[in-house]
Design a protein around this ligand. Structure first.
Ligand SMILES: Cc1cc2nc3c(=O)[nH]c(=O)nc-3n(C[C@H](O)[C@H](O)[C@H](O)COP(=O)(O)OP(=O)(O)OC[C@H]3O[C@@H](n4cnc5c(N)ncnc54)[C@H](O)[C@@H]3O)c2cc1C
Length: 417
């Protein structure tokens, strides 16, 4: 791995080496920019996985990165939603099949740490990209450049900082961009599970009064053909209770919650507990800074939208910067970054608000809310075009996808870069 020397100069400084930062750094370097990515690579295995949908897979494939993850993912061919809220009106179950919208699968599920470590390994070997493992301690913005100091004393200068340093983003704060944060009375328990019966590539969501409890297909391991990951939203008290259980007792509680749909369950390794929060920002850019990933938006892990949204941020940013460079414009200028923000605003606000409403509709037991939720699910179960429109929106998003995510375009992009 190459180390940044003091006073490193690059076109772009990416702050944060999580999934969003590393993905953006790799995409930007392939687009021909010199990049320094600063952050600590988080390789903790805590039962957390990410389901990457079709547009995200196209992004990684167009960059030639997906081959590194082959054999380490599991496809999601169907998503079944089952109401377990005991609402006064019966709420139908709905199954969404990728084949209905002409796809073999909605996407692929992968352990978060496997994805992040894999991206970091590629980044460390990519010419033009310096991965500096450490933290940024200060950033200042001038008219022509951004100057950052790392905790180990190194100084980096760039034309633009891409803030991918998570929800508490130092870069965002230093740029004076305000953020509004809120919390939900929920904790997400994550775990990797081995189970008795096959998942048949179906992700199953049980909607409870404390949020969804979701089983997502996971790749088979030797001697463990049937595996899934779990994301179970529950109250903080229930999370405390379950944290204290033995793995066998926890497995029994999970099995009860999912109605034994995959038979006997065994919990593998360490579980994760994530307090649920939301955040939105006043703006996505200022001159010399663009926000992406959880530095720009946070919401609970319903419908697997977070990283998929972040990769759309990256793909749109690459496009805006390439276009600016083609026109001879400054990549850190307000004009360039306004184009990025314009491309992203609608998608981000749709996901943040949509997930908020969906989550709160589960937490509320008011009759009108139950009625609307039930009517919505009934409509999706009965009306094919509506169901297909929702599926397309979920996996490919509305509006024009950035070039890196357009079907087939990725092959020619990869050839040219
Ligand atoms: C339980 C759970 C399940 C999820 N499931 C899905 C899913 O199925 N599909 C999906 O699309 N999304 C999912 N998400 C969301 C997804 O995991 C996140 O959106 C994504 O991981 C965020 O990545 P990020 O890189 O923006 O942020 P982070 O992962 O928070 O990374 C930020 C990085 O910045 C670093 N950093 C912070 N401060 C500094 C500094 N001063 N200097 C340098 N570096 C700094 C941090 O160390 C960290 O490495 C899930 C989330 C959770 C919690």
């Amino acid at each position: 791995m190459s180390l940044a020397t003091p006073d490193t100069n690059a076109d772009i400084l990416v702050a944060g080496a999580g999934a969003a930062g590393l993905s953006a750094a790799l995409a930007l370097v392939q687009a021909g920019f010199s990049v320094v990515c600063v952050g600590c690579v988080d390789s903790r295995a805590n039962g957390r996985t990410v389901a990457l949908f079709e547009a995200s897979l196209r992004f990684y494939k167009s960059l030639g990165l997906w081959r590194n993850f082959r054999g380490r993912t599991a496809p999601l061919e169907k998503i079944t939603m089952i109401d377990a809220t005991e609402a006064r009106l019966p709420v139908p179950s709905v199954t969404f099949a990728a084949s209905e919208i002409g796809l073999a699968a909605f996407g692929e599920n992968i352990e978060n740490n496997v994805l992040v470590e894999g991206l970091a390994e590629i980044a460390a070997q990519t010419p033009g990209l310096v991965l500096h493992e450490g933290m940024l301690s200060d950033i200042s913005f001038d008219a022509d450049a951004v100057r950052a100091t790392l905790a180990d004393g190194h100084r980096v200068e760039a034309k633009l900082v891409v803030a991918a340093d998570g929800r508490g983003s130092l870069a965002r704060t230093k740029a004076g961009i305000s953020a509004r944060s809120w919390t939900y009375p929920q904790v997400a328990l994550t775990a990797l599970l081995t189970h008795e019966k096959p998942h048949r590539h179906v992700s199953t969501e049980f909607h409870t009064r404390s949020g969804p409890c979701t089983l997502v297909p996971l790749r088979a391991l030797e001697g463990r053909p049937n595996r899934s990951s779990l994301v179970w939203l529950m109250s903080a008290e229930d999370a405390d209770h379950r944290r204290a259980l033995s793995p066998a007792a926890l497995a029994r509680e999970i099995e009860r919650q999912v109605d034994s749909c995959v038979g006997k369950i065994e919990v593998e390794g360490t579980c994760g507990y994530f307090p649920m929060a939301g955040m939105s920002v006043a703006r996505l850019f200022r001159p010399r800074i663009a926000l992406i990933g959880e530095a720009a938006h946070v919401f609970p892990p319903l419908a697997a939208q977070g990283l998929n949204l972040s990769l759309r941020d990256s793909a749109a940013l690459v496009e805006a910067l390439e276009d600016a460079r083609g026109l001879g414009q400054d990549i850190g200028s307000a004009q360039t970054l306004a184009a990025y923000a314009k491309a992203r605003r609608g998608d981000i606000s749709l996901r943040t608000n949509g997930i908020d409403i969906l989550n709160r509709s589960l937490l509320s037991d008011l009759f009108p809310v139950d009625f609307l939720r039930g009517a919505g699910l009934f409509a999706f179960s009965m009306i094919g075009p509506l169901r297909r429109a929702l599926m397309r929106e979920g996996v490919l998003t509305h509006g024009t996808l950035p070039r890196l995510m357009q079907a087939r375009a990725h092959r020619s992009y990869a050839r040219h870069n």
